[in-house]
Design a protein around this ligand. Structure first.
Ligand code: NFS
Length: 666
């Protein structure tokens, strides 16, 4: 029996620790304690169990074992992995589909509350697909774009349209390898078909389709989700926000929105500012309504509206544990079923809203984009009516400021201004060695590791080595909670070269780029960097690495796959879902090797699993240095770049006048 962990081993976040102490006092379980009580099946965890048909489940534990049908271990592992990638792609893509339908409804005046907020982005996206923009109204353009985007899901032949936004070289490579998705749904369906009993039984061939399926997410559904969210709700630009449980308010009605789609949460934001609703809250004895978010919904409204984030994935239960949440409003993905039972110990109402997600014991108030604002108001009224039922409240003090909102459009702008927006300064900084390389540190929390520890450790170490960090998803919230997403706060912890760049451009060393579907923004940035010149002509040549130190969801595997297909080295922390068993010597690591060395030969990108954060950091830096050398760039030198002009002026300003003169004029 595994040893039970102490609370300080569950999480590094003091706010979370405080709530876990409360959970112990009240005798309530959480994902942390359940993870300790639930020993994972080591056969399943290693990808060695096949339950695709009724002859099994077959567990292939010994050398040479095959399933009842004769399936080998490689086939079973490839099937399991591909099914997970298909599920992850389906989740992201279905989100994209709903966004496209919302765009269609807005273009045809069939909604209340929504409008096209970012016409410039609409025109830019339409331009990718040669949709005529001159002389047309935004609604006309949006109507045609919505039709095109909706068609991507059911398209049977050809290539999904967003794939044409990759570099020319990458598109050719994909065509040569036959992996450009024909349509989003088609690839997901085919992934399920091919992994059915008695179908595709060549693991390399199965995994080729895993790539194609993952691409239907990154260069399909997710990219569509991000585009449409920006068009409807505005392309993010830096705003001031806050993160952690301390954002909950003692004297206000706390409504926590949790899940992924911005369609509902944006309307709840709008409804919460309605004077009639505010008056209703005041009549109930509260000072007003405090909205906050959990998971990627938090990122969506934080990036665009500065609405605070109550926390990341593992904070969903802990926020309820404060006793201060009148309603947790959920839509899709990453919502724990445990919430309902947990909420029964407090007064919190769990409100499900998606036609796709119901939870036994929760209140269902179904969302419909055609009547969005009215539904949002009704939800808030239910929360307000619940305010009187509050019991004892314990809200941790912890909250940190942060500045999120770094869309690729904004990064482009901040580097060069609107007059000469460009990725040139970023490429130049990498070429000179001020920035050693770029790391995208993304993905979930996992209660099997110490919450936020791996994220923050990897971020901190890479910053010291002049690696610029971009983040999305729950990883971004982890850094936010620790104050790494605020310029000055983070800068004393970063290498001298990176610091110089951050001070010159005026950015934090860690850029929050949005939710998990917004990982497609990173694809766009990398593509634009390749097209800018000086760093090769494709993503696989850029000194960059993607990491998901605390991954747990199938969506994370889908993201990893499309990043590999796009040429990136991807490192996952924790357990490999296809790890094989150490005492099995007959090629139980065939698939593991293939997604690393095999995929690298084909795509220039690879996927590896490393539980040890020091190994992750070493591998990241080694890869960045290897790519620098291949480009003929100078080797990274920590001592080459000193303090920038800006910070030198600050130091000088602190001196008395005489000394300042002497320092300047000698
Ligand atoms: Ni991403 Fe967002 Fe978080 Fe993981 Fe879940 S919220 S889509 S899957 S847990 S980062």
């Amino acid at each position: 029996m595994a040893k039970k962990r102490e609370i300080t081993e569950f999480t590094i976040d003091p706010a979370a620790q405080q709530m876990l102490i409360r959970a112990n006092e009240l005798g309530i379980g959480t994902a942390f304690s359940r993870a300790d009580n639930m020993a994972p099946c080591n056969i399943g965890a290693a990808g060695m169990c096949c339950k695709q048909c009724g002859m099994g489940p077959c567990r292939l534990t010994k050398n040479g074992d095959v399933g009842v049908c004769g399936a080998t271990l490689e086939t079973i592992q490839a099937r399991n992995l591909t099914r997970a990638i298909a599920a992850g792609s389906a989740a992201h893509s279905d989100h994209g589909r709903d966004m496209a339908f919302t765009l269609k409804a807005v273009a045809n005046d069939q909604t209340d509350g929504y409008r096209i907020k970012d016409v410039a982005k609409l025109r830019q996206v339409a331009g990718y697909y040669d949709i005529k923009v001159e002389g047309r109204s935004p609604k006309e353009i949006a109507n045609e774009l919505a039709d095109l985007y909706i068609a991507q899901f059911g398209q049977q032949r050809g290539e999904v349209a967003p794939a044409r936004r990759a570099t020319k070289k990458r598109q050719q490579l994909w065509r040569d390898l036959g992996v450009i998705p024909r349509g989003v749904d088609r690839e997901v369906v085919e992934a399920l078909h091919r992994t059915h009993i008695g179908d595709d039984q060549d693991y390399e061939h199965i995994l080729q389709h895993a790539i194609k399926t993952g691409m239907s997410d990154g260069w399909g559904g997710s990219m569509i989700a991000t585009d449409v969210s920006d068009i409807l709700f505005g392309t993010p630009a830096p705003v001031l926000g806050q993160a952690n449980l301390g954002v909950l308010k003692k004297d206000m009605v706390n409504v926590v929105v949790h899940g992924h789609e911005p369609t509902l949460s944006e309307m709840i934001v709008a409804a919460s500012q309605d004077p009639e609703i505010i008056a209703y809250a005041k009549a109930a004895g509260a000072q007003g309504i405090q909205l906050s978010g959990i998971c990627c919904t938090a990122n969506e409204i934080l990036m665009r509206q500065g609405i605070p984030a109550a926390g990341n994935f593992l904070h969903q239960e802990l926020s309820i544990m404060t006793g201060s949440v009148e309603a947790m409003v959920v839509d899709v993905q990453c919502i724990m079923q445990a919430l309902v039972d947990l909420a029964s110990h407090f007064h919190t109402k769990i409100i499900t809203t998606s036609p796709k997600v119901k939870i036994k014991g929760a209140t269902h108030m179904e969302f419909d984009e055609h009547h969005a604002l009215e539904i949002a108001r009704n939800i808030l009224r239910v929360a307000i009516d619940n305010y009187k039922n509050r019991g004892e409240v314990q809200i941790p003090n912890e909250k940190e400021d942060l500045i999120p909102g770094f869309s690729h459009e904004y990064i482009n702008y901040m580097l060069g201004g609107s007059y000469r927006a460009s990725f040139r300064p970023l490429n130049d900084a990498i070429m000179s060695g001020r920035i050693r390389g770029v790391a995208a540190i993304v993905g979930c929390n996992n209660p099997r590791s110490k919450q936020d520890y791996l994220h923050v450790k990897v971020v901190r170490e890479l910053l010291k080595k002049d690696v610029l960090v971009v983040q999305t998803g729950c990883g971004a919230i982890a850094s936010a909670k620790l104050g790494l997403l605020l310029g000055e706060a983070g800068l004393d912890q970063v290498g001298a070269g990176l610091r110089e760049v951050c001070e010159t451009v005026g950015i934090p060393p860690v850029l929050h780029m949005g939710s998990c579907v917004d990982n497609t923004r990173i694809l766009t940035v990398l593509t634009q960097m390749a097209e800018e010149g000086g760093l090769g002509d494709d993503i696989d040549q850029i000194p960059a690495v993607g990491l998901a130190p605390e991954w747990m969801s199938e969506k994370a595997l889908a993201i990893a796959t499309y990043c590999v297909a796009s040429g990136a080295y991807v490192i996952f922390g924790g357990q490999s879902p296809i790890g094989g068993m150490p005492d099995r010597v007959d090629d139980s690591d065939h698939v593991l090797k293939y997604i690393s060395e095999g995929w690298e030969k084909l795509y220039g990108g690879k996927l590896e699993f490393m539980p040890d954060p020091d190994e992750m950091i070493r591998a990241t830096l080694a890869h960045i240095d290897k790519k620098r050398a291949a480009l003929g760039l100078p080797a990274w030198d920590p001592n080459k770049f000193g303090k920038s002009g800006d910070s030198r002026m600050n130091d000088l300003e602190a001196l008395p006048l005489e000394q300042r003169r002497e320092a300047i004029y000698g």
